[in-house]
Design a protein around this ligand. Structure first.
Ligand code: SF4
Length: 199
């Protein structure tokens, strides 16, 4: 699993390098949390979720409990079709899990200042590279799934699912019902397998 997590980090780094020329002049700045509050779904793969879960497990107990409640609240709001800020957003608009935030957060850099009626303006080149990266992430996690952050973390909090995933098994029937109602994607259904997937 660590090999895959290392590969995940390499994919993030390659994206940052490849898109650097198109992200100069970005309007994003510290303290702006538009993407964390107003930009809709925050998708991640199971592997990204597992990494975030690992980070959460190292947090002080009270923060872990607070986060569990926030994630549950986020899930319930989204199930009801209501907007919901990211559970990892802190009061000072900083991200609690910044070093392990998912690719959905890394790919958005806006060329103008965003507002409720002005969604992020992302360079066409960055969008095209990001599409390929999403496919790479799904291919890397070929026994996993993709979906909104709190839904994936909920799945990983289910002991049976976690055991299956960590054992490297693939049993989509275990999450079939939840997956259908929460728009969870089976990664291997949307990308072609790589020639030699990391183990
Ligand atoms: S994970 Fe962090 S960067 Fe991503 S939406 Fe949440 S608070 Fe924002």
């Amino acid at each position: 699993m660590q090999t895959r997590i290392d590969a995940l980090e390499k994919i993030y780094q390659a994206f940052a390098l490849a898109t650097a020329p198109y992200r100069s002049g970005t309007a994003c700045e510290t303290g702006c949390a538009f993407c964390c509050t107003d930009a809709g779904r925050i998708d991640c793969t199971t592997l990204e979720g597992l990494r975030i879960r690992g980070r959460m497990c190292k947090m002080p107990r009270p923060r872990q409990l607070g986060l569990k409640k926030a994630l549950k609240r986020d899930m319930q709001k989204r199930e009801s079709g209501l907007p919901s800020p990211c559970p990892f957003l802190m009061k000072n608009n900083a991200c609690m899990i910044y070093p392990v935030r998912p690719f959905a957060c890394r790919r958005i850099t806006s060329l103008h200042r965003c507002a409720h009626d002005r969604p992020p303006l992302i360079s066409r080149q960055v969008m095209a590279i990001a599409e390929k990266v999403i496919a790479d992430l799904q291919r890397l996690d070929d026994k996993g799934y993709s979906g909104h952050l709190s839904f994936i973390l909920h799945m990983l909090d289910t002991p049976r699912f976690l055991a299956t995933y960590q054992a490297g098994d693939f049993k989509p029937e275990e999450i079939m019902a939840f997956g259908k109602t929460h728009r969870i994607v089976i990664n291997r259904m949307v990308v072609t397998p790589s020639a030699s997937p990391p183990t």
